[in-house]
Design a protein around this ligand. Structure first.
Ligand SMILES: [Zn+2]
Length: 534
């Protein structure tokens, strides 16, 4: 196997990809090299920036340089001794409608120049096309993928099988299933560039997840044309391992300065937010005054530095088990990114299935966006399917979360516990995990998290729904709620009351804010005594 996974978080992985020119680490960004115009020489990309791989276009090489790259060897021709990936001309098909080269020719060309990773001549699905045309692109790409295996001659090249279908998710699924059955070493998601340019990151989430869930997970996935650092975290979290960026150079030509939070126009900047070797001792006004070529090189180099830095942040977050926190931070750079991140709620089951749920550190819960976290889904599933309350528990006493964790060590709980005996089972209702039985409250991550207060409505409603589900699945004779209306409003109380009614069991509540501490205890003791003797 050419790909070995070392670390995982969400669907992201740090992996080792073995190519004939050396092993590279994923998530990996391939800067796009245009052999005609190149602001930063390929040799410097490795030496000065640490990029282990680059991508260039085999179609352009063939048109412009014919057999020269084959005669010199691709690596020598480009002046780069890392891994070289080649694209086939599919992008030119997307832009110009057609290319004057056959799949057999472009495959043979990539073999002759000695690409490390090479691509078949797929037909990209454009963003705006009808379902009928999209179907044609999928069918033709598949036909080409199948015939490719009869004509290829080199097995030391890692071949990429692109998934097409665009925004038509059923086609993406069909394409991914069929491509996954063919012996490609790498897959790619075709043509999301237009989706990204229109900031439809939510559509991109659907496309990536559909492809990912229908492809063999052990093969790396390349996201074509995803070159902006602001969306790396989202794509990596969804399981994209490889990226290419032409944006660093294209943006530089238009005086655009990339950051992990978006793009700024150089002429509108007074300060550089970056301390890369380019920005550290310059000010925007001086860079703006440079000659166009010099300015373009400056911006291209900064853009590369910021891409590399963001990938490093993402890798560290994967190692620390904090990719979700990193993703939420980046999501707040743009409403469209947050919209996309909210979309992850629809994919919480696959996220939970493939993500490690035990971490080296505690979780930060900022808002209801975090309800899609695998740890939350994992706990809910476990509690409802595998947990049994103590056998002698007749009364469920629901106690609101305390600021101190574990909850049972909080001062306010210690007082309440005086009123409790073996027939009373204490569970805390708490965000974001819902119901926490007292005896589990030290189990990771039920105490190992921090939550933002006050809670938002979606989070309160989620906890209320968990409380109702819990009452539904268990067999208590009655439920008593310590009702904290200040933090929880009326959602939990209403959900409890409704669930008890449905179940035909009694329900009472004690308002913790309306009654003084002493009164709460007296009231609680009275209720419990009455229930236990009744
Ligand atoms: Zn910089």
């Amino acid at each position: 196997m050419s790909f070995e996974v070392k670390e995982k978080d969400l669907l992201a992985r740090i992996g080792k990809l073995k190519t004939k020119s050396g092993t590279v680490e994923t998530p990996l960004l391939f800067p796009v090299i245009n052999p005609n115009i190149q602001p930063v020489p390929p040799c410097r990309l490795k030496e000065d920036f640490g990029f282990e791989a680059i991508i260039t276009n085999a179609y352009i090489l063939k048109k412009r340089f014919q057999t020269t790259p084959a005669e010199q060897g691709l690596h020598k021709f480009l002046g780069f001794d890392g891994a070289v990936m080649t694209d086939s001309g599919a992008y030119q098909i997307l832009v110009y409608g057609n290319v004057d080269v056959t799949q057999a020719e472009i495959v043979a060309y990539q073999e002759s120049i000695g690409s490390d990773i090479a691509t078949i001549l797929d037909i990209p699905t454009s963003w705006k096309v009808t379902k009928e045309i999209a179907t044609k692109t999928v069918t033709e790409t598949l036909r080409r993928a199948k015939t490719f295996f009869q004509t290829k001659t080199r097995d030391d090249i890692l071949w990429v099988g692109p998934v097409q279908g665009g925004r038509h998710l059923d086609l993406v699924a069909k394409s991914a299933v069929a491509m996954g059955k063919l012996p490609f070493q790498i897959h790619a998601l075709g043509s999301p560039t237009e989706v990204m340019e229109s900031y439809r990151f939510d559509v991109l989430v659907d496309m990536i997840m559909t492809a990912k869930m229908n492809l063999p997970l052990e093969r790396p996935l390349h996201l074509f044309g995803a070159g902006h650092p602001m969306m790396f975290a989202l794509a990596v979290a969804l399981g994209c391992d490889l990226f290419d960026s032409a944006a660093y150079a294209l943006y530089a030509r238009e005086n655009r300065y990339m950051t992990e939070n978006g793009t700024w126009h150089l002429s509108e900047m007074d300060y550089f937010p970056c301390q890369c070797p380019k920005c550290a001792n310059q000010i925007p006004q001086d860079v703006m005054a440079k000659a166009p070529k010099e300015r373009e090189t400056f911006l291209a180099e900064h853009n590369l530095h910021v891409c590399k830095a963001e990938l490093n942040c993402i890798k560290q977050a994967i190692r620390d088990g904090r990719l979700w926190e990193h993703l939420e931070m980046r999501a707040h750079a743009h409403p469209a990114l947050l919209t996309a991140t909210k979309k992850l709620n629809a994919y919480r089951d696959p996220l939970e299935k493939h993500s490690p749920t035990t971490k080296r550190s505690g979780l930060f819960f900022f808002s209801s966006v975090g309800l899609a976290r695998p740890e939350v889904t994992h706990y809910r599933n476990r509690l409802l399917t595998r947990y049994c309350p103590p056998a002698d528990a007749k009364i469920l006493l629901l106690v609101p979360q305390t600021r101190t964790k574990p909850f049972h060590k909080a001062q306010e709980f210690k007082k309440i516990s005086k009123a409790v005996d073996a027939n009373v089972h204490v569970c805390f209702y708490a965000a974001p995990f819902g119901v926490t039985p007292l005896e589990l409250d030290e189990v990771y991550p039920l105490s190992q998290h921090e939550v933002t207060l006050p809670l938002d409505k979606e989070t309160i409603d989620y906890v209320a729904a968990q409380v109702a589900d819990y009452i539904q699945c268990t067999r208590y004779a009655s439920v008593v709620l310590l009702h904290d209306s200040q933090l929880w409003g009326s959602s939990v109380k209403k959900a409890c009351s409704k669930a008890c009614q449905k179940k035909g069991i009694s329900f009472e509540h004690v308002d913790v804010k309306a009654e003084g501490t002493k009164n709460i205890l007296t009231r609680l003791e009275m209720i419990l005594k009455k229930k236990l003797s009744g």
